[in-house]
Write a protein that binds this ligand. Structure first.
Ligand code: C6P
Length: 418
């Protein structure tokens, strides 16, 4: 694969910041979009725009076809048994909140146990904390080991008592750990619990097959996988979707409404109240088509090359002052590279990198409990994707060398700024 040509398909990557060519290394926060996705969205508005599922006219039928076509693409992309199991939502956060609200209505009751993990993003913690506060559920956190891997023995211990749900991230947005979701799901199911998988950080980088993962719900966001913002997916097993009540009520999701009675439509409509993000779904479909141009293996090889470059530079030049978090290179390690630089706050690191044109994220990464567990206030995170090059990884570390110079002068040297 000619990755330089791939990069050329992302117009934003041509721009400069602070007079320097942009090096975008924050794709775990949101990915950039190829021209094909931008064009699909504008094309939708230029040629197809109408509301879906309502109009008895051609334009609405075409918009509906485009929207439902995107659903079918998503279903094939994640190997869902049926497109009716694919619910369009705003993103991972909304998907998990929808599950929480649906389960709060009849499945989870006061005292029921929900098990999450300490490495979750806030979007897989706070919805459950809300159920704890307002519905009286109990919430527990599975721990991690020194390398940032999930402690399966801890999960087993917790599953010895009845639990209703185990909810786990497939890939950590901070540690890059790829969790053994199938093993977690099998254990949880054996204990009679449902399983939710947060696939926000895995779907952009590796084949996610919802059937192979073994969960009951899988959530992910379009904007991290080259698609537009404001569109995401909740996949759920049809038998469960049939059984649980909807989270939101309104138009589109009903069969009949009378003063005393309401009947819902079948999934997915039951879970999609109101006018959906039609252009977003079309853009997500275009992102899936775009990703389909690469094999997962060649994408993984490219990302591994970038990571190896980063690791080499760290070992050779920063071994004294940079600490990388998460498991070592291996099959259970994904792209994100979170690190601390001795004596320098991550916000200072990221501002100096920004001045050099390098965009990374600094802070808690919406993972407060994980920061507590790691005993750090914040981390700097570089998260490359398919459009990045080894030369850009070098730009990151050349800029980091400047950070070191500014903040950590060798003993005896004058401090920067006098
Ligand atoms: N993580 C990051 O910089 P939304 O915002 O709904 O699209 O995705 C939320 C979310 C859920 N789970 C995981 C594992 C995630 O990484 C994210 C988003 C971004 O790490 C923004 S905080």
């Amino acid at each position: 694969m000619d990755w330089a040509r791939v990069r050329a398909e992302f117009p934003i990557l041509d721009r400069t910041v602070h007079g320097k060519p942009l090096v975008y290394l924050d794709s775990a926060a949101t990915s950039q979009k190829p021209q094909a996705v931008v064009r699909a969205v504008s094309d939708y508005y230029e040629r197809l725009n109408a509301n879906v599922h309502r109009g008895a006219y051609q334009l609405s039928e075409e918009a509906t076809e485009a929207y439902e076509g995107a659903r079918e693409k998503v279903a094939r992309f994640v190997n869902a048994p049926d497109p009716s199991e694919v619910i369009f939502v705003r993103g991972t956060t909304e998907a998990i909140n929808v599950v929480a609200q649906c389960l709060a209505r009849g499945t989870l009751a006061k005292g029921d146990r929900v098990i999450t993990t300490v490495m979750e993003h806030h979007s897989n913690i706070v919805p459950w904390q809300l159920l704890r506060a307002y519905h009286g559920i109990e919430l527990e956190f599975v721990g991690i080991d020194e390398n940032g891997r999930l402690d399966l023995a801890d999960l087993d211990r917790r599953l010895q008592k009845p639990a209703k749900l185990v909810t786990v991230t497939h890939v950590s947005n901070v540690l890059g750990t790829v969790n053994p979701v199938r093993a977690v799901a099998d254990r949880a199911h054996a204990a009679g619990a449902l399983v939710l998988v947060d696939a926000a950080q895995s779907v952009p980088h590796r084949k996610v097959d919802v059937q192979a993962l073994g969960g009951d719900f899988v959530a992910f966001s379009g904007h991290k996988m080259l698609g537009p913002t404001g569109i995401g997916v909740l996949w759920g097993r049809r038998a469960i979707l049939d059984r649980i009540p909807p989270a939101l009520g309104g138009g589109e999701m009903i069969r009949e409404v009378h003063q005393e009675r309401v009947e819902f439509r079948e999934p997915p409509a039951k879970f999609e109240a109101g006018t959906p993000n039609i252009s977003g779904a079309v853009g997500l479909g275009a992102a899936i088509d775009y990703l389909g141009k690469f094999s997962w293996e060649e994408l993984a090889r490219h990302e591994a090359t970038l990571r190896q470059r980063a690791r080499r530079r760290i070992e050779q030049e920063f071994s004294d002052n940079v600490r990388v978090y998460g498991p070592p290179e291996g099959p259970d390690r994904e792209s994100v590279l979170s690190f601390s630089l001795a004596g320098v706050h991550p916000h200072d690191v990221s501002s100096i990198l920004d001045a050099e044109g390098v965009a990374v994220r600094a802070g808690q990464h919406c993972a407060g409990p994980l920061m507590d567990r790691l005993g750090v206030p914040a981390l700097t995170r570089a998260s490359p994707y398919l459009y990045n090059s080894e030369a850009e990884i070098d730009r990151l570390f050349d800029a980091l060398a400047k950070v070191v110079k500014v903040f950590a002068p060798p003993p005896g040297a004058p401090r920067a700024g006098g």
